[in-house]
Write a protein that binds this ligand. Sequence first.
Ligand code: PLP
Length: 359
Amino acid sequence: MMTAMLATGGNPSSVHARGRQARQTVERARAKIATALNCKPQEIIFTSGGTESNNTALRNNRAKSLILSAIEHDSVRAAAAVSGLPVSIVPVDRHGLVDMAALEKMLGESEMPVLVSIMLANNETGVIQPIAAIASLVHEKGGLLHCDAVQAFGKIAVDFRTLGADFMSISAHKLGGPHGVGALVIRESVPGSALIVGGGQELGRRSGTENLAGIAGFGAAVEIAVADLSGYAKLAAFRDRLENEIAVIAPEAQFFGAGVARLANTSCFAVPGLAGETQVMAMDIAGICVSSGSACSSGKVTPSHVIAAMAADGKSLSGSAIRVSLGWQTVAEDIDLLVKAWREHYQRSRTRSTQRAVE
Ligand code: PLP
């Protein structure tokens, strides 16, 4: 699909035959994504990915103030910081769920209209927020809701109408599609202007020639991902086995978000005193890719603000947490390999700290 689009090319805004063909490709992908999300095609604007979608929602609205949860992705946090609007941060509980009483209080104290930004599923823990209940509360108080659904879409059912958000960000590469393409869904009744201006593409809400091959690939990937959500849910059995085996090796391990609804593919855990960065390196040597904290473009790893926000001792554990993301291709042997490599690393680290204590 993408190779064909790269070969034929065409500018979706051109009126000649090649351009009309390209337009059809873009609109077909838009229709597929709209069907998957239960929204109208004209509510979807294509962007360069989740980061641009989040920036557009947070920096291009009529809000007078912003409320974010303490565990939002850096693209939401950084966009809020440069928005020029007053920003309040709503805490989460030890499971990583938004504190609804605190949110209600903040809504009462915020200058209206307020834009609230709360993600559907967290990228480090997979914890899923009760977005429909949050949307009702936000609307009741006269605010608007932006939901970063980048991690959730393609992994669980995401219904724009049922969730009730006014803005929603999605990204292709998180569901098996190409990098560098995403979308912002904007409720039809929400008046909008554009963050990126120019030729007036995407109903005037995001200028720039559309990424034809990327959009075609996005549409195809969405169709494939949403057709097998129940297959994806089965990854939870691998994830649970992984966590059970880690708990046997290290009874002091903490599993973040394990007590609440979370994505099937995500496990985030920490062992006090066992640095996240060295775990990542040890797993890398064993040929396994895991992450710790949030990696920025320089590759520098910073302690996780998500873990720091979740637990009373979160600050001390934020440098120890690692996250394991299982994928569509994960098989039982991958879990065995990870458990073996992690056990060896854990035992080596414990032996070293015992030796240090003796010396
Ligand atoms: N939001 C969340 C929750 C993410 O996990 C990511 C990427 O990891 C983004 C936004 C940014 O998306 P993109 O990489 O498409 O810019």
